[in-house]
Design a protein around this ligand. Structure first.
Ligand code: ZN
Length: 233
């Protein structure tokens, strides 16, 4: 346990919920930050409220540490980037090999805004669910990108800011296992029922791994991870 205060980049998805649990286990005070940027899967913004409520109600060891929630509106990100996450396009691979769900600069912007809030709130740690293991190839999820951002933000704000990425080197099956270790069956249930991953914003279809269309890249990753975890892989 450390007395440092952390801000978790919390989208309401599986990864950021696992990161939130990790942070609550480790830091005395944990705040959350989320972004409304015109994402099609806006339902995740409601999920993040539900997940926070369940943590407050069902996890007495963590509830006293869970601090304020910050939701920032950054419509401008949707306006300057035409992607399958913010526009009408179907999800596909682009000619450069990058999925068209890639929102250029998204994580860089998120981290910069989170750092600005952290500065004002006296927080010295940012926690994010970025992962290089089975990600969609987004360059702004890379470990070196995170390290460069940590240095740039620390220098630019004349402070010592640490960016923690507890999921960086684990795959989706290990992320499920990690959640079970942090918060037991109870946390796994919260992740199954109340976190959102599907790019299409589908909450109609429920599977053992959670709600979603089952066919978009985000659903496929999450479902495969769940099955591998169940198989003990
Ligand atoms: Zn989906």
């Amino acid at each position: 346990m450390t007395s440092r205060t952390a801000i978790v980049l919390f989208s309401g998805g599986q990864d950021s919920t696992t990161c939130l649990a990790w942070a609550l286990d480790r830091y005395e005070r944990v705040e959350t930050i989320g972004f409304d940027y015109g994402q099609k899967h806006k339902v995740e913004l409601e999920c993040r409220r539900t997940v926070r409520e369940r943590i407050l109600n069902d996890f007495p060891q963590w509830a006293p540490r869970l601090g304020e929630d910050h939701v920032l509106n950054i419509d401008v990100l949707g306006k300057i980037s035409e992607t399958a996450l913010t526009g009408d396009a179907e999800i596909a691979l682009q000619a450069d090999g990058m999925p068209n769900t890639f929102v250029p600069g998204r994580n860089l912007l998120f981290l910069t805004l989170a750092a600005a809030v952290a500065y004002r709130r006296g927080c010295t740690v940012l926690v994010g669910g970025m992962c290089e293991t089975d990600y969609s190839g987004y360059p702004d999820c890379r470990d070196n990108t995170m390290k460069a951002m940590q240095v740039a933000l620390s220098l630019g704000m004349a402070t010592t800011l640490v960016i923690e990425t507890p999921l960086m080197w684990i795959d989706k099956a290990e992320t499920w296992r990690f959640a079970a270790r942090l918060g037991g069956e109870k946390l796994v249930k919260v992740i199954q029922e109340d976190t959102h991953t599907c790019y299409r914003g589908d909450r109609q279809h429920f599977h053992e791994w959670g709600s979603g269309c089952g066919t978009c890249p985000a659903c496929e990753l999450r479902a495969a991870g769940y099955r591998n975890w169940q198989k003990g892989m």
